[in-house]
Design a binder for this molecule. Structure first.
Ligand code: UDX
Ligand code: ADP
Length: 489
């Protein structure tokens, strides 16, 4: 495989938040390459193929337009995994790698079972040499695991394994893919490894300038992904730590973020204090970094990064506790309206969303939660809460904050369904509520008729803005009691 291959057929295993948008953009920008995206989930594939572009399984601004352009031309979605593997010279693996919920490394390590299954399937099907690109959201020595499985087939087929981690952020995925800060490719420092790297560079070169394509060794590439996410999450936890101090002392965290962000060494991005970060990557990647450091006997390094997660748990807990404390120490039987459920705006993804944890804490006190989110489905909201009941991580910070251990009771699906109502209309969600909690920064929340909302709420009308997006001055004038993150009252 020492000659640089010209790629004509790409296969992507996994049609999720990473695989779907990434392949759609590759197909859009490389009309001469056939891109075949496969998934075991038949419904997901049916949704990707739906003539009605509103039914795509993922909501991402701009995605529908890209799919409309390439689908049926050189972009195909199917469940025929074997055919796609067989035809491709280059295979992306974009399957999910959740945190393990069982056995060794439970709650910390990445579960690589889906990756392993893919590798076994490729090994079974492949009849000629292939380049395998690891593009899952979580790479930790994944390339090595892939190599071991693929090279143990003994059928003479050669595999070159690359790591090309994805840096797109949900909600801006298409923009990030069209104009990436960088694409990263890790490969082996051998002749055949370099040829494989060049083949993938050539694919990206169809729209990305060469200086924005960084090439490294495999493990550096994998570790870069963890490090980038750890640094980004650390910024959010750092500003959130300051938000707690602001609330005690009367400073304004947004003013501080603005002031320090002007320092070009610090920069203005990722300094927005919030109810806590969510998403499929930050927590999972840091937990893996921590697991890795403990494995290599680096406890100080592990503790350092673990604190980023602890601070995030603390922030979510602080927000929930503030709601309960303010509502006269109990929310039992009280109607709390949730604006937003997604982990950030412009996505329907809810993985690790702060809203789930805040709801869970309020439900422990038997609050009645009424949720409105413009893009998240009712079933997803119930599924998130149900999943958490049996998959809580031990949250040590909660115990230290309240100086007592918190006994979580496990709520049944019936209890969850009786306490949580999902609304299609924000005004009905907020009608007669004791309080509103803003959990996602959807733009539409800024445009509501807040006078009407006030008139229809119980008084005092409380708003807990976990994103600092609603106009505080406007709400003050109307008569709301408003609580922001990191603004001393
Ligand atoms: C992240 C990385 O940004 C991306 O490069 C990587 O490929 C995947 O993980 P994503 O999780 O999709 O992307 O979204 P991101 O914009 O990073 O936001 C993550 C979380 O942090 C969200 O809950 C967001 O609301 C929160 N956040 C972000 C803040 O609370 N404050 C900020 O200033 C920025
Ligand atoms: P991500 O955010 O990493 O893209 P998702 O969960 O959105 O994660 O997508 C991963 C997709 O991979 C899912 O649609 C899942 O059905 C699919 N998948 C997992 N294992 C396999 C496999 N062995 N073959 C094909 N598809 C798979």
């Amino acid at each position: 495989m020492n000659k640089v291959k010209s790629i004509k057929n790409i296969c992507c295993i996994g049609a999720g938040y990473v695989g779907g948008p990434t392949m759609a953009v590759i197909a859009q920008k490389c009309p001469h390459i056939n891109v075949h995206v496969v998934d075991l989930n038949e419904q997901r594939i049916a949704d990707w193929n739906d003539a009605d572009l509103d039914k795509l399984p993922i909501y991402e601004p701009g995605l529908a337009e890209v799919v409309a352009e390439a689908r049926g031309r050189n972009l195909k979605f199917s469940t025929d995994v074997e055919k796609a593997i067989d035809e491709a010279e280059l295979i992306f693996i974009s399957v999910n790698t959740p945190t393990k919920t069982y056995g060794v490394g439970k709650g910390m390590a990445a579960d690589l079972k889906f990756i392993e299954l893919c590798a076994r399937q490729i090994a079974k099907v492949a009849k000629d040499d292939k380049i395998i690109v690891e593009k899952s959201t979580l790479p930790v020595r994944t390339a090595e695991a892939l190599r071991t499985i693929l090279h143990s087939t003994g059928n003479g087929v050669k595999f070159e394994i690359l790591s090309s981690p994805e840096f797109l952020a949900e909600g801006t995925a298409i923009q990030d893919l069209h104009n990436p800060d960088r694409f990263l490719i890790g490969g082996a420092p051998t002749e055949s490894g370099e040829a494989a790297v060049q083949a993938l560079v050539d694919v990206y070169l169809n729209w990305v300038p060469r200086e924005n394509i960084v090439t490294t060794r495999v493990w550096s590439s994998e570790l870069s992904k963890l490090t980038a996410n750890a640094f980004l999450a650390q910024r959010v936890s750092s500003i959130n730590a300051i938000s707690a101090l602001c609330e005690k002392t009367g400073a304004d965290v947004d003013e501080i973020a603005h002031a320090i962000g002007k320092d070009s060494r610090i920069g203005a991005k990722f300094l927005k204090s919030s109810v806590g970060f969510g998403g499929s990557c930050f927590q999972k990647d840091i937990l893996n970094l921590v697991y890795l450091c403990r494995h290599f006997n680096l406890p100080e390094v592990a503790d350092y990064w673990e604190q980023v997660i602890k601070m995030n748990d603390y922030q979510k807990h602080r927000f929930s506790k503030n709601i309960i404390d303010t509502l006269f120490n109990t929310v039992s039987g009280k109607k709390i309206a949730f604006l937003g459920w997604a982990f950030k705006k412009d996505t329907n993804d809810t993985r690790e969303s702060a809203a789930i944890y805040v709801a869970d804490e309020l439900l422990q006190d038997r609050a009645e939660i009424h949720v409105y989110d413009p893009k998240v489905s009712e079933e997803q909201i119930y599924a998130d809460l149900e999943y958490l009941q049996t998959n809580r991580r031990p949250q040590t910070v909660i115990a230290s904050e309240t100086k007592q251990s918190v006994e979580y009771s496990t709520l049944s699906m019936e209890e969850i369904r009786s306490l949580v109502t999902v609304h299609k209309d924000p005004y009905t969600a907020m009608e007669s509520a004791h309080a509103i909690a803003v959990l996602t920064e959807w733009d539409e929340f800024k445009t509501y008729d807040w006078g009407k909302v006030y008139n229809e709420m119980l008084k005092p009308a409380f708003v807990f803005d976990g994103r600092n997006i609603v106009d505080k001055d406007q709400l003050d004038v109307i008569g709301f009691e408003i609580y922001n993150i990191g603004k001393g009252n």
